[in-house]
Design a protein around this ligand. Structure first.
Ligand code: 5AD
Ligand code: SF4
Length: 479
């Protein structure tokens, strides 16, 4: 058995604490000379699961590894270092990672010098670390979401000692500035505005894996946005688990509305933000959205459930009526606003009547798109302790019923777009048809159309000719 060194182990109780005030610290790239020599020109492979926060973390890790002189590869079979950047939000996300770790066994058998690292939200859970130690002895390094800045140190130590390292700090977290970044796209970017979450919805693992809600300073955020502006980026998405809480902890009067106003005043054609929390969403944000044409008139506003009983059991801090009232207030000021949402079906002991309240809400809001999930118990969360009287088959049945109800609106909204012309940010060659390009409209609908690859990264006008539940087809309009 190889030696294992536990630098720090995850602890959900410690992660739950909210006592210490997070600090802003600066990152310094400080590898050993041997590490620089060892890694220069070597290839790394990284696979990210889960949300935009994880994608942004991937960009940071790539930034750091590129400073090492390493090169990114999309082919895991030719890499010298492999990183799995994991998600813990539902069990199926974790299962995918376990499957992928298994595949690395063969790769490591062929080349024992490949270093395998696993990081991200899964690693913030002690039972997952135990499982990996037990089942996958070939995993070399595991580190948590707070330890990304330490990747250099971990790699430097590993090449010296070949010890398996586990480094997971369970704490409120800090804000690390000046981390290198290698962005995955050249035309759209994510900018973190807050980290962590203090909401502790009873089903959710995120407040434990990502620490206390903490805001970056306006100055740092605007610096990052201005840099993206100068590089010609077309779209910025401001990121946080709850963007509406931005500034609360800074205690200097900063608010999300104020920040959004400043970011939208830059010369960036498209501004989006993710994710909003209904009862923290303030009317001044609606006013700023109305004021700026470049803020997309599309809000992702997770509701989770339409039943007040279930919302209370989830510790969501609003009622169905308050949610619908917010939607009304937004639509009164900005009639063209469209919405997407997240909904969980089958929360423990949800009755069919309570589920029907969700269907009722969905029919009232008319969502343009939605992410739907079957409840997945997460070890250590309050909901996971509940004894559930709803069978899995019943949950699947409700899930399908919900999707059917949502698809009525998806279809109607998509149909209403036929014949009209929309601005589209061209993203890539269509995955299903190499002769087509794909891009996104203001309301985040994917559109496929014929066009030259050189258009990727540009905003163009597309007339919609055909609609499907989840996609549109169109043709470029030359002005
Ligand atoms: N089970 C199912 N869905 C979940 N989500 C978060 N935790 C769980 C869970 N335990 C969903 C919520 C959230 C989205 C990112 O993931 O809908 O908004
Ligand atoms: Fe999880 Fe709730 Fe925080 Fe969203 S607001 S990250 S669902 S705890």
């Amino acid at each position: 058995m190889r030696k294992v060194e536990f630098i720090d182990l995850p602890n959900l109780d410690k992660a739950r604490k909210r006592q210490r005030i997070p600090q802003t610290i600066e990152f310094h790239f400080n590898p050993t000379k041997e590490a620089v020599e060892y890694f220069k020109g070597k290839k790394y492979f990284i696979r990210t699961y889960g949300c935009q926060a994880n994608i942004r973390d991937e960009e940071t890790m790539c930034g750091i590894l590129n400073e090492f002189g390493m090169l990114k590869t999309d082919n895991e079979k030719e890499c010298d270092l492999a990183i799995l950047n994991t998600c813990a939000v539902r069990e199926n996300a974790e299962d995918k990672v376990f499957g992928q770790i298994g595949e690395f066994k063969n790769i490591k058998e062929k080349n024992k010098n490949v270093i395998l690292m696993i990081c991200g939200c899964m690693i913030e859970q002690k039972h997952i670390i135990d499982k990996i130690l037990d089942l996958f002895p070939f995993v070399d390094i595991m580190f948590g979401t707070h330890n990304i800045k330490d990747i250099v140190l971990l790699l430097s130590n590993f090449i010296k000692t070949h010890t398996r390292y586990i480094d997971v700090s369970s704490y409120e977290g800090d804000i690390v500035e000046d981390l290198p970044v290698s962005r995955l796209e050249t035309y759209k970017a994510f900018v973190n505005i807050t980290y962590g979450c203090d909401k502790f919805c009873t089903y959710c693992i995120v407040p434990y894996t990502r620490g206390k809600e903490r805001s970056r300073s306006e100055e740092e955020i605007l610096k990052e946005c201005k840099e993206l502006e100068s590089k010609g980026y077309k779209e910025i998405t401001l990121l946080g688990q709850n963007v509406d809480a931005y500034g609360k902890d800074l205690k200097n009067g900063s608010t999300f509305a104020g920040l959004l106003d400043k970011v939208a005043s830059l010369n960036i054609p498209r501004i989006r933000f993710l994710t909003s929390y209904p009862s923290d969403f303030k009317d001044d944000v609606i006013d700023v959205m109305k004021k700026h044409k470049n803020i997309m008139k599309f809000i992702h506003l997770p509701v989770q459930s339409g039943s007040n009983m279930i919302l209370r059991a989830m510790a969501r801090r609003y009622t169905k009526e308050e949610y619908l009232d917010l939607i009304d207030r937004i639509k009164t000021k900005i009639p063209e606003m469209e919405f997407s949402t997240d909904i969980i079906v089958g929360f423990p002991n949800e009755t069919y009547e309570e589920f029907l309240d969700t269907i009722d809400l969905v029919k009232k809001v008319h969502y343009t798109s939605a992410f739907t999930f079957i409840y997945s118990p997460r070890v250590g969360t309050p909901a996971a302790k509940l004894i559930d009287n709803v069978t899995y088959d019943e949950k699947v049945k409700r899930f399908k019923e919900l999707v059917k109800a949502l698809e009525v609106d998806f279809t109607n909204i998509a149909n209403s777009m036929i014949g009209k012309t929309y601005e589209v940010l061209v993203e890539e060659v269509s995955k299903k048809n190499k002769d087509l390009l794909s891009g996104y409209t203001e309301n985040n609908k994917v559109v496929h159309f014929k066009g030259d690859k050189s258009l990727i990264g540009n905003l163009i006008k597309v007339k919609i000719t055909e609609s499907h539940v989840y996609s549109l087809f169109g043709e470029i309009v030359n002005e």
